[in-house]
Design a binder for this molecule. Structure first.
Ligand SMILES: [Zn+2]
Length: 106
């Protein structure tokens, strides 16, 4: 029971980090959900598809990400790219991260 609560709390707690990470990679090149999941796990964020896809969906609905479809090996894959609003949010987040890092990493 307790461990379930901890996982839920962590997920919510780190969701902002995860969103910024997604926006960052989507600003570098169009990225698929699978690639995002791999990249996040490389940094220690293990996300279930039940968390990742609703997050991507929300970021798209809120206008931060643009979804496009591409056929890869006969399969339709969704790719995500950052929008102008997403770039702006990312720029703002970077400034806030810098200030936060300077303070907490002293
Ligand atoms: Zn990364």
């Amino acid at each position: 029971m307790i461990s379930v609560t901890v996982i839920m709390l962590d997920r919510e707690f780190f969701l902002g980090f995860i969103k910024i990470h997604i926006l960052f990679h989507a600003s570098q090149a169009p990225i698929s959900g699978k690639e995002i999941a791999e990249e996040l796990s490389r940094h220690g964020y293990i996300l279930s598809p039940g968390t990742l896809y609703p997050t991507l969906h929300r970021l798209s609905e809120q206008g931060y990400l643009q979804r496009t479809s591409k056929v890869v090996g006969g399969k339709v894959r969704k790719y995500y790219t950052v929008t102008e609003a997403g770039k702006k949010a990312l720029k703002e987040a970077k400034e806030k991260i810098k200030i936060l890092v300077e303070e907490v990493m002293e």
